[in-house]
Design a protein around this ligand. Structure first.
Ligand code: MF3
Ligand code: CO
Length: 248
């Protein structure tokens, strides 16, 4: 069952999304060589609490941190660490805000200092792939329109799209129906209706799409050790087109 949200409910999620995107702007100012992802995690935790919200990922299925911090070949769900970030690294910071019981979910990949050409091109393509998907989040389209457009865009540019992690419905809980893959045929999944709220969060790899989970049970890395990047927004389907809740 896919829940359709009222205007009022979407407004609540919009407020959560606003706080989330403002927090990402603060993270942007703080990411630099020498800073650790544990420090970023502590900052996010405090920032959300200070603004009357909470980090929904902490404790979710036993996940121990406010944020996921995925450096270089880490695809997603990386644990924040005390390791200082280094010039040229790329790092995806992903977190979910709970404001008054309503959720929003967004991830950005960040450049640490100056990054190389390969990383720069990957980040640009990953961000563009997200917007190519969002463009398809229209009433009457299927989830498959989003999935297929992202896959075609990414593979045309020479990147692979991760298959083991996908977007999802969101509202009162992090993961609700429907599932939102970033690959596969147009014909898949439900038809989009007004009021649905979903995340679109493609992970693009420079090498193959294969990933493996590390010993902590969470950290997903590329099997071939190549770079991976991800941008994610929470998007409401409206009759006026996609409304991005996490970009304000
Ligand atoms: N933000 C992640 C997502 O997009 C949530 C990961 S669950 C966690 O689905 F437990 F790892 F935080
Ligand atoms: Co998500």
């Amino acid at each position: 069952m896919v829940t359709r949200r009222t205007k009022d409910e979407i407004n609540h999620m919009y407020e959560a999304g606003k706080l989330l995107s403002q927090c990402h702007k603060e993270i942007f100012k703080r990411i630099q060589p020498g800073v650790s992802t544990k420090e970023i995690d502590a900052f996010v935790d405090e920032y959300l609490k200070k603004h009357g919200a909470s980090p929904e990922q902490k404790g979710y299925q036993g996940y121990p941190f406010a944020t996921c911090a995925s450096v270089n070949d880490v695809v997603c769900h990386g644990f924040p660490t005390n390791e200082p970030l280094q010039e040229g690294d790329i790092v995806t910071i992903d977190f979910v805000v709970n404001l008054n019981g309503w959720l929003a979910d967004s991830a950005w990949s960040y450049r640490v200092g100056q990054v190389g050409k390969k990383a720069e091109a990957l980040l640009k393509a990953s961000e563009e792939a997200l917007y190519v998907g969002i463009e398809q989040a229209q009433v009457g389209n299927r989830i498959g329109h989003i999935a297929n457009a992202i896959e075609r865009f990414a593979t045309d540019k020479g990147y692979s799209v991760v298959k083991d992690f996908i977007g999802h419905g969101i509202g009162r809980q992090i993961h609700e129906s429907p599932i939102v893959p970033h690959f596969g045929p147009v014909e898949q999944g439900p038809v989009l209706e007004e009021g649905m709220v979903i995340t679109i969060e493609p992970m693009l790899n420079c090498g193959a799409y294969f990933v493996y989970i590390g010993e902590d049970g969470w950290t997903a890395r590329t099997v071939d050790g190549e770079l991976s990047a991800q941008y994610e927004h929470t998007v409401a389907i409206t009759k006026n087109g996609p409304l991005i809740l996490t970009e304000q």
